[in-house]
Design a protein around this ligand. Structure first.
Ligand code: NAD
Length: 453
């Protein structure tokens, strides 16, 4: 007995009725989502604090404001995004009109992770609803407090004939995945991404996979160490390093490492105080399992900064490791915590070689006062996104697509890219029912084709 059968049937019937296609219906759902975010700001901040001890400001910056901006952008542009896109014709179709119609796929499944549990469920939801689809949302079971708000409060703001929240962990998600969807949008680890893609294959369902991996950060000798340290420290330790696009490790020369270490220490002290554990601005590790995993990584290389931990609070200090070996676990798996290894290289060429020998990362960062160095790094590598002298603030620019490449994912979203991801681009050609004389030339028999001209 499939526990999801009734929900899926209900949503499919709604989609078949055509109600979700109307611009007014889409706008009403987006407005509902906007109201949900406004009315429940405190509830969401409290939930994020319970799940990850996120500070209200980090919750606002990286979750609530981003969602609200996506909602506003979609409402503002809905009509223009929905418009047919006229395209040019060729000699054979000169008298016809050709255009691309953006039509909804149907029933969408969104599966989300725990690290930005509001942002990574609602931002894709904006795109799916704007594109006129019905949606099943599967939040992460690990960020429990946020999951509860999404399951109990969010549906009150949306038309429940086109939207449902489904709860559960790996087992329930796999059972859900046995069903047929028209598109699956998954954010999480590459390991589970493969499980999702294998399940989708059975039904030929298209997928968007937003995955993770190790995002490198190259620091050139020609740099101001304190400026680089400020930026890297903020992006590495934001949300206690539990960010898919956080710089996972630094590549630099030994001389630059020696200049960077005091600058990193100074930035940590300035941002989180002498005792970062008592800082209200440092999140905690999401659960015991991840805490233990990260504690294990502290044994790699040599601790140059931080290294303290407290299991009772799931606290790990902002840490920098040096002298790490490529073969150690900290350089093999995505760290996803407040630990930053530095790997020394002899310069740009060696850094490029180090990066391109590995899977294509989700993000890549390069810091240098010399724009040629930054451009070389951009030119000679591939990654989902790129930050030159900057961390992941590009995420706040909705006119930039967000997504991975190779092992870090497939597909893209944010802003109009989300709308397009959740729309089928239907090729349409409209010809006149008349003008048949003109069409005569193309019909068989082809033997007297030349005589027709
Ligand atoms: P995860 O892959 O463990 O879980 C993601 C979702 O899949 C959850 O809803 C979970 O319930 C479900 N799931 C877990 N195991 C499953 C299984 N065996 N079968 C079916 N479903 C399963 O990921 P996570 O730990 O929640 O999130 C961390 C990962 O997500 C990191 O690798 C991070 O880099 C990545 N991530 C990527 C992005 C991005 O935008 N590219 C954003 C955030 C996180």
């Amino acid at each position: 007995m499939d526990p999801f059968a009734d929900t899926l049937r209900r949503l499919r019937e709604t989609f078949r009725s055509g109600r979700t296609r109307a611009a007014e219906f889409r706008a009403a759902q987006l407005e509902g989502l906007g109201r949900f975010l406004r009315d429940n700001k405190q509830l969401l901040q409290d939930a994020l604090a319970k799940d990850l001890r996120k500070s209200p400001l980090e919750s606002d910056m990286s979750e609530l404001i981003i969602c609200q901006n996506e909602v506003s952008l979609a409402i503002k542009n809905l009509h223009s995004w929905m418009k047919d896109e006229p395209v040019s014709t060729n000699m054979l179709t000169k008298l016809s009109s050709a255009f691309i119609r953006k039509e909804p796929f149907g029933l969408i499944l969104i599966i989300a992770p725990w690290n930005y549990p509001v942002n990574l469920t609602l931002v894709p939801l904006v795109g799916a609803l704007a594109a006129g689809n019905c949606v099943i949302l599967k939040p992460s079971e690990i960020s429990k407090s946020t999951e509860k708000v999404l399951a109990e409060v969010l549906p009150q703001y949306l038309d429940q004939s086109c939207f449902a929240v489904v709860l559960g962990g790996p087992q329930e998600t796999q059972q859900l995945l046995e069903n047929r969807f028209d598109h699956i949008f998954f954010t999480g680890t590459p390991h589970v991404g493969k499980i999702v893609m294998a399940a989708a294959t059975k039904h030929l369902t298209p997928v968007t996979l937003e995955l993770g991996g190790k995002s490198p950060c190259y620091v050139d000798d020609d740099c101001d160490p304190q400026t680089v340290a400020n930026r890297v420290v903020w992006f590495r330790y934001f949300n206690a390093g539990q960010t898919c696009v956080a710089p996972d490790y630094v590549l630099c020369s030994r001389e630059t490492q020696e200049r960077l270490l005091p600058a990193i220490q100074s930035a940590i002290t300035r941002f989180y105080g002498d005792d970062p554990k008592s800082s209200p601005n440092l999140s905690r590790i999401v659960n015991q399992k991840h805490f233990k995993r990260l504690q294990g990584l502290l044994g790699c290389g040599r601790v140059a900064i931080g290294g303290q931990s407290d299991e009772s609070e799931r606290y790990i200090a902002p840490t920098v490791l040096v002298d790490v070996q490529e073969t150690e676990p900290v350089m093999q798996e995505e760290i996803f915590g407040p630990i930053l290894p530095i790997v020394t290289v002899r310069g740009l060429d060696e850094a490029v070689d180090f990066i391109t020998r590995r899977e294509k990362p989700l993000a890549l960062y390069a810091f240098s006062n010399n724009s040629q160095v930054v451009n070389q790094m951009l030119e000679r590598t591939s990654s989902g996104s790129f930050g030159g002298n900057e961390g992941f603030v590009y995420l706040t620019v909705p006119s930039l697509p967000f997504g991975g490449v190779g092992h870090s994912g497939m597909g893209r979203y944010h802003g109009k890219f989300s709308f397009d991801t959740f729309s089928h681009h239907r090729a349409c050609l409209m010809a006149s029912p008349g003008l048949e004389k003109l069409n005569e030339v193309r019909y068989p028999p082809y033997s007297d084709w030349s005589q027709k001209f």
